[in-house]
Design a protein around this ligand. Sequence first.
Ligand SMILES: Cc1cc2nc3c(=O)[nH]c(=O)nc-3n(C[C@H](O)[C@H](O)[C@H](O)COP(=O)(O)OP(=O)(O)OC[C@H]3O[C@@H](n4cnc5c(N)ncnc54)[C@H](O)[C@@H]3O)c2cc1C
Length: 444
Amino acid sequence: MTGAPVIVLFNRDLRVHDHPALHAAAADGPVVPLFVTDPRILRRAARNRIRHLCEALADLRTALRARGGELFVREGETVPEALRTAAATGARAVFATADVSDAARRRERALAEEGRRAGVEFRAFPGATVVPPGAITPAGGGHYRVFTPYLRAWERTGRRPVLPAPDRVAVPEGLPSGELPGPDAVRRGRGALSPEVPRGGEEPARARLRAWSEGPLSDYGDRRDLLAADATSRLSADLRFGCLSPLEVAEEARGRPGADAFVRQLAWRDFHHQVAADFPGIARRDYRPRGTAWRDDPGGLEAWREGRTGIPIVDAGMRQLLREGFMHNRARMLTAAFLTRGLRVHWRRGAEHFHDLLLDGDIADNHGNWQWVAGTGNDTRPNRRTNLLRQARRFDPDGTYVRRYLPELAGLPGGRAHTPWAEQDPPADYPPPLLDPSEGLGGD
Ligand SMILES: Cc1cc2nc3c(=O)[nH]c(=O)nc-3n(C[C@H](O)[C@H](O)[C@H](O)COP(=O)(O)OP(=O)(O)OC[C@H]3O[C@@H](n4cnc5c(N)ncnc54)[C@H](O)[C@@H]3O)c2cc1C
């Protein structure tokens, strides 16, 4: 192929299937698939996610090479590096998948402005959500603040077609490929490295999607809230890194038993993205300020982080996070309620800790959900009460989830694992509860 190449700037879209920017560029001439590792961003990122990113980049390079292409890697600040690569290759444009975070939006604006000055066109493509943020808006404009009307509009709106991976990706000759980030980058990140995590990358992600949609998806509606059943898709990290296209995931599920409840969760993801796109301060400021009197409780916060609050359902969730870089959604809600509604510690402290460990950690979903639980977000009932013990008995009736993550409680059979303090001889190595879990944790 001849003609000036187009740079496809990868970010959180590490795949070749259903990638509108790559598809458009590859159909039109030579391409420079590019990833820029920015050391300033990596230093602030979770080690769990950096390791996952390294695996996903290696997988993407393999997929591009199999199509005659390459993944070019450069280190530095994204915008100058992209424009330097454009100058070195005579590229006429930079294509990228649009993203919603504050940093991503700033980057897109800079690429458009500085690109214009350098004679390089910038184009943003869909692909990070099923329905692009801003594609559906309420009658008065802005974004949807409440999920149910958003869902109704989301279900009605048309979808673009799912795109195949390009057969061939022609790249310019003689351009150095550059080194993928490796263990050094992982070492410099934040938070602990969890021992039990899945491998990152499009190929394993597609295998997970197939196994999920052909199997457990059918029981999703009935079993998704059962903590011990592990009956959810576990595709969140694959969606976070864009190793799977959310639209393709939704289309793959469509029409199968269990699909409605599952696809609704993808709508939640889109919902939080359209909120974050319109409220860039989501990670820092209350979405709906309520004047909550937050408390400083370093001891309580540390016990929560370590999974030693003395409340088994909370501690099991927090230990799952440490071990797997993942936590079941129900446990995320209960651990977040404990911290913000029980200890009254600011939601930002909790969101930061989650963000340091979660493989799927993402500002829109993480901080959006934390605000939802804390009552400062999009919940239409911000004063709802949470009874931890009742929830534990309902969603882990025989204590299996709790015993799986808390070896201290291995000797307590059935539901007794939820109330170690009630034993005549409580386990010596497990702490007494920091608060009474049978009391509803309140709103105001
Ligand atoms: C305090 C708190 C923090 C959270 N932080 C994150 C986060 O950083 N990243 C993240 O992807 N999800 C987050 N969630 C949402 C949810 O817990 C996870 O998406 C889900 O547990 C991932 O497991 P799964 O892939 O098996 O989900 P499934 O139940 O199989 O759902 C399918 C997909 O839908 C999306 N999804 C499901 N529930 C939600 C939700 N409530 N909000 C947004 N998207 C959703 C995810 O992409 C998920 O992979 C958070 C929830 C809470 C309560």
